[in-house]
Design a protein around this ligand. Structure first.
Ligand code: ATP
Ligand code: MG
Length: 446
């Protein structure tokens, strides 16, 4: 343990030694060499007695990745914004004025425990599909992995839903790679990115001379996927007349090339995905219900990032490790401000947005630790002072919101997980202003 102070308290030192700590105490100058080691350590920093300039000089030491700091301070020091900033960003906790040695002992144990955890989580978690790792430890993601394994073993069509950037394409690849068709091709087609007039020739191909400019036969994407998997991304954007053709293909398992005479038999497994609300698209006649039922034999839901709890942090570390060589500096991790911000941010762009923000931060960061500002999330930090009642209220709202997301707004299931009745859940949703989302997604509000 490193104990930095103008005048280290010798009785505290003996107390800590009695508890089994190897203590190295003194001013920063005398302790600099200890900080060079890369093993985890606890740190106590006594801010009393240092001038503002001396304190600023301590910042690099506080940033040390392998040290978990506890600050000792007083009211005068806490009036200084620089001191508050240092505590907020680099320390696990702080104590004010004279406190029992036992309290300090307890806090340093925790700080040490936290740094000792290191990157263990990271090493254990990723599930690898092809070249991409799919990170997920939370229950929702474990459930997704189980679903992928089960679904991969069948040949039934799969329909994947999820907000944009949640990993729908990654999931489609994962299913293909674990399926008996893995030796066959995986052909992805983005139905939203091809113009209406081209989509049929793109999907089904054409014969030479089918139209002016068709100088030679072109094999369509469906036929290209023969023996493998066809991934129809953004299926919700498929124009109605192409929907008819796709439906016919699904019924007959044969395609007609444009300008061709004989239908060609094609053996593909279809995985489709969309981020739009297909229920609404069907209700308004923009998507054929019969096609939907053909496509959606098995359904996979991607949980939004904000409902993945601790995985938010694990994923951020994963992205950092993957891209850290992009930056000029050696980046060691995330500052507490960044972690706090990542948990409170809504992540509407999900994993894709996380990757973009972290990559940008790696390039922009001025220090070894990425801050909330580097992530462009400066506005998401700051725990507001609050009454206990308000805190309970906010926690209740958040728990309900996330449970509803996990259960796709199915009230009975969400209520069961929360351990309350459906009626109570409904009443709480109304009280927290959460009713709108449920009604909009057409869930079971009776
Ligand atoms: N669980 C995960 N672990 C690691 N990387 C992930 C995970 N989920 C998604 N990604 C990465 O996030 C990015 C977005 O994933 P993907 O393209 O599969 O999402 P999507 O749902 O298809 O998005 P969109 O709706 O925008 O098409 C990809 O770079 C992918 O590798
Ligand atoms: Mg996609």
């Amino acid at each position: 343990m490193l104990y930095i102070a103008q005048a280290p308290n010798q009785t505290l030192v003996s107390y800590l030694k009695d508890r089994g700590w190897k203590v190295s105490a003194g001013t920063l100058a005398t302790q600099a060499s200890v900080l060079k080691t890369d093993t985890p350590m606890a740190g106590i920093i006594d801010m009393v007695g240092f001038s503002a300039r001396e304190l600023a000089a301590l910042e690099p030491a506080l940033r040390h990745q392998q040290a978990g700091w506890i600050a000792l301070t007083d009211d005068t020091r806490l009036a200084d914004p620089v001191v508050c900033h240092m505590i907020r960003h680099y320390c696990f906790d702080f104590v004010k004025g004279p406190v029992a040695h036992a309290t300090i002992g307890y806090l340093v144990d925790h700080a040490y425990g936290m740094v000792s955890l290191g990157d263990i989580d990271l090493a254990d978690t990723p599930t690898v599909f092809g070249d991409e790792q799919m990170v997920g430890t939370c229950e929702a993601m474990q459930q997704l992995f189980r679903t992928i394994r089960k679904v991969a073993n069948t040949d039934a069509n799969v329909f994947i839903t999820g907000e944009s950037g949640t990993g729908k394409e990654l999931t489609a690849v994962a299913i293909h790679e674990r399926s008996p068709r893995r030796k066959g091709p995986f052909v992805a087609i983005n139905c939203g990115a091809i113009g209406n007039d081209l989509i049929q020739s793109e999907l089904f191909g054409y014969e030479r001379g089918a139209f002016t400019g068709a100088h030679q036969r072109k094999i369509g994407r469906v036929e290209e996927a023969d023996g493998g998997t066809l991934f129809l991304d953004e299926i919700g954007d498929l124009p109605l007349d192409s929907q008819v053709h796709l439906l016919r293909f699904l019924q007959e398992r044969k395609i007609d090339r444009l300008g061709g005479h004989d239908p060609v038999a094609v053996d593909v497994r279809i995985i489709s995905a969309t981020h739009i609300d297909l229920d609404a698209a069907m209700a308004s006649g923009r998507f054929r219900t019969d096609l939907f039922h053909r496509l959606c034999v098995l359904r996979v839901d991607e949980p939004p990032l904000r409902a993945r709890g601790k995985d938010i942090e694990i994923l951020a570390l994963h992205v950092l490790h993957k891209f850290k060589s992009d930056g000029r500096r050696k980046i060691r991790g995330f500052a507490p401000s960044a972690i706090e911000a990542m948990y409170s941010y809504a992540w509407t762009g999900n994993v894709r947005e996380m990757i973009n923000r972290v990559r940008r931060a790696i390039v922009m960061a001025e220090n070894k630790l990425i801050t909330a500002d580097d992530l462009g999330l400066g506005h998401c930090t700051g725990i507001e002072s609050t009454t206990l009642a308000a805190a309970r209220d906010a926690a209740e709202k958040r728990a309900i919101e996330l449970t509803l997301l996990r259960h796709r707004h199915r009230l009975s299931e969400a209520a069961a997980e929360l351990g309350i009745s459906r009626v109570t859940l409904y009443r709480l949703m109304v009280a927290h202003g959460l009713r709108g989302a449920t009604v909009a997604s057409g869930a079971d509000v009776a």
